[in-house]
Structure formats: structure tokens, C-alpha cells
Design a protein around this ligand. Sequence first.
Ligand SMILES: Cc1cc2nc3c(=O)[nH]c(=O)nc-3n(C[C@H](O)[C@H](O)[C@H](O)COP(=O)(O)OP(=O)(O)OC[C@H]3O[C@@H](n4cnc5c(N)ncnc54)[C@H](O)[C@@H]3O)c2cc1C
Length: 447
Amino acid sequence: MLGTAPTTPVHRSQTADVIVIGGGLAGLAAAHHLTGAGLDVLVVEASPAVGGRMATTRLDGYRLDHGGQLLCPDWPELSNLPALGALALRPFAPGAVLRGAERSVRVSGHRTLRPGRGVAPARGRSRTLTGALDAARLRHQLSRLAGTPVERLAARSELPAGRALAARGVPSRTVDGMLRPLVGALLGDPDLSSSSRVVDLALRGFARRGLCLPAGGSASVPELLAGALPEGTVRTGVRAVSVSVNAVDTAAHGRLRCRAVLIATGAAEAAVLLPGLRVPEYHPVTVLHHAADAAPPNPDGPLTSLIIDSERRGPVAHSMVASAVDPSRALPGRTLVTSVVLGRRAHDSLACLDRAARPQLSALHGVDAGHWELLEGFREPHAVPAMPAPHDARRPVRVLAGLYVCGDHRDTGTAQGALYSARRAAGAVCRDFGVSGAPAAALRLVA
Ligand SMILES: Cc1cc2nc3c(=O)[nH]c(=O)nc-3n(C[C@H](O)[C@H](O)[C@H](O)COP(=O)(O)OP(=O)(O)OC[C@H]3O[C@@H](n4cnc5c(N)ncnc54)[C@H](O)[C@@H]3O)c2cc1C
């Protein structure tokens, strides 16, 4: 696994100004803000490596993400954290390809409606024209969204996204054939159950800057954060079992003393340490990694396209030639195809998903995927926090003076949300400590 934390020398003192529990994105980002403000910080991480849900396994020269995370270059926290200055983002071809059995369109905020070369023609002329009109309308809507100030989006009334789109007069065929699969890829929510505000913000980011993969795999993000912290800040293999405002009890490393505790675990673990804390529902995600014989030809666009199945013809929601987007994910001459399963099917066994996915992957990539080798699959039932309406993307991060909480469950269920919640929580700690240099919290909402 990537993301091995710098190990702490045994002589490191068992006290710190702030103990951060959890070495995922939120905990590591918070540690940066706090050390940047001059505080002495200790991050305790239960696993042998940092990164939490942003994990990557190395296998025979492949880098296999557990989450297949898609990032949006529009997210402010990716550029606002100096420690992430060295993060290379590998962009997909603009927008995404929505591929159905008979027709394929590329959607983005700037260009869309590009009928795919080599894709079987639509059955009837009227259906082709309807599809073309729908795609043109969607392009227009995405372009408008890209130019809409966030404050205007945030002021809209908030409904379940599916209902909001219907209320805005978006035809159900556009919702089902285009927006539902696109929002599935953006938020792990193929049912459009998320808050319309969160969906608007996610679509806005997609329309403005598209999507990308972090070079080297998802784990490279926490790995960069951990590597840029002062030596000895992170201790892996240390599980917190209870907290108070000035101490953390651990499973096997005794009591660690401090002036404040910041809980940066996932929601369920946070609720064990802080009984009564709200635990959201989660969207499950399963990721399949296949080694292809050769780079699939991609019938209608660059090999670096994100390909979304607009008709849900099998378990895979979206798929990508990950080694084309980010060449570091496979040795030269090898091809890694990464596919993501969302919704109920994400609970199926890997063997069952692999079997069912082959014909679908053949159709999506325009080659026979029957001979591809399944390298690995990762199932995560608690992948992405659900964000039903009304969604509070600024949940309190200060429990009381000395006790704080951050993570994607306090903000939006994305890497941006995890990072931003860390900024807010570190700011609250600094204010309570009366320390100057607290990280500035922007007002801008992003999903
Ligand atoms: C399969 C999958 C797909 C995803 N897809 C996307 C995507 O496309 N785009 C996107 O933006 N986001 C995506 N996400 C969500 C994104 O990965 C998370 O929002 C983000 O990683 C959350 O970071 P975090 O620090 O809040 O929590 P976590 O990553 O869960 O970190 C919490 C850490 O706390 C540690 N911990 C827990 N309990 C204890 C304890 N008692 N003591 C010490 N340590 C403890 C854990 O081991 C873990 O390392 C996906 C997630 C998954 C799993």
C-alpha cells in the first residue's frame, strides 16, 4: 500500500498541544494547519498506513485504487494547501462520454453533443434528433451552471435532486439517461437522492474544470500530506479508544496527554468516541481493476475519456483506461482498466460482478473484454456519506473547548469536503487557543 507514514521515534514525547485521531485526508490536512500555526501536533492512525479511504495497492507494477476516486481540479483545497503543491492531477479528456447501446455523447460545460464515431447509429431518426436536442440542452444548462455564482446556487431552494430537476422541467429521459449516471460518477449517488444544492455544486465544478485522477493513485494525496509534516508527527498503528479534552486513551499505547483533541475518523468511529454524534447513511462503492491485453481503441474519443454507461446495461456505472489518464498506474506497455460499481450492485461478490461486467465492459470500451485479467477488486459499503436534502455542508466542528471533530461527514462527502472540514476545525482550535495564524476559512461552498 502507498501512503506509509513516517514512523515516529520511540523517544517522542507522549504529550502534544493537539492530538489528531485519524490519518486520513481530514486528519492530515488539519495537522498541517495546526503545525503551520506553530502548535505541536500528534496524529494517531489506527491502520499501519495513513490515507484512510484514499488507499492504493501496488501489484506487479500496477497501482490499484481502493476507491477509484475522481477529483475535480476546481476544488479550492487542492490548490490552497501548500503541502499539496507537488500533487500532479491527470485530467480526463474534457467532460465525460455517456455511452448507450446505440448512441454516445460527450457532455461537458463547454462542448457536448458529439455523436460517437464508430458507434452504432440510433434506431430511428426522431430518436436521434430527440437525443441530440437533449444533449444540446444539457450542454446549455451545464454552461450556465459553470457561470453561476456559488451564492446564487446556495440560495436556491433545496430538494432531493431528482425532484428538483423535475420541478425545473428537465425531461425525464435527460434525467435518467444523462444526469443520473453523471451524478452517480460525481457523488456515488446513482439514485439522485442527494440534495439538489450539492448536485448543482458538483455539476458546476464538473462543468468548469472537468475531472482528474491524482497521479500515482489516490494514496499519493495523503502520502504527500504526511510526508510534508514535521518528522514524528504521525504515529501509525495507534488506535484511540476514548477521549477527553486533554487526553486520548489508546488500545495498546497507553494514555497520550494534550491540550485539545481533534477527532478526524470516519463518522461511525467518531460516534464511538463521541456518543451522540450523527452518523449519515453511506453510498457503497466497489472498484474492479482489469489488466487489458492492449489499450482499448475507444470508438468515439480520446483514450483518456471517462466512460459512463448511460443505460445501466450491467453493474458498472463508469469505467476508464486508468493507465492512459495516469501512466504511472501501470508499467509501460500494460493497460489498466478501472471500473466502478455503485448502488445495490456494489454489495455483490467480486466474482459475480466480474462475470456480469465483462459483456458490459466490451460494449463500453469497444473491444472484447472477455480475456481481461481481473487484478483486484475492492468493496467499500461505507464509501461516500449520503447527502440528502437538506444537507448542512458546514456541520459544527467544535464540540466544546478542547474537543473538535472533522472529516467528510461534517461537510460534503468528497475529498474537498474532508479537506475543508479540516481547515474549519483547525481554525476553531486556533481561535480557542488564542493562536494567530489560524487558517482562513473561505465562504465559498463547493461539492
Ligand atoms: C470506494 C470509494 C470511492 C470514493 N470516490 C470518491 C470520489 O470519486 N471523489 C471524492 O471526492 N471522494 C470519493 N470518496 C470519498 C473520499 O475518499 C472521502 O471523502 C475522504 O477520503 C474522507 O477522508 P476523511 O479523512 O474524512 O476520512 P477517512 O479517509 O475515513 O480517514 C479516517 C481515518 O481515521 C482512522 N481511524 C478510524 N478510527 C480510528 C481510531 N479509533 N484511532 C485512530 N485512527 C482511526 C482510519 O483508519 C482512517 O485512516 C470515495 C470513497 C470511497 C471509499
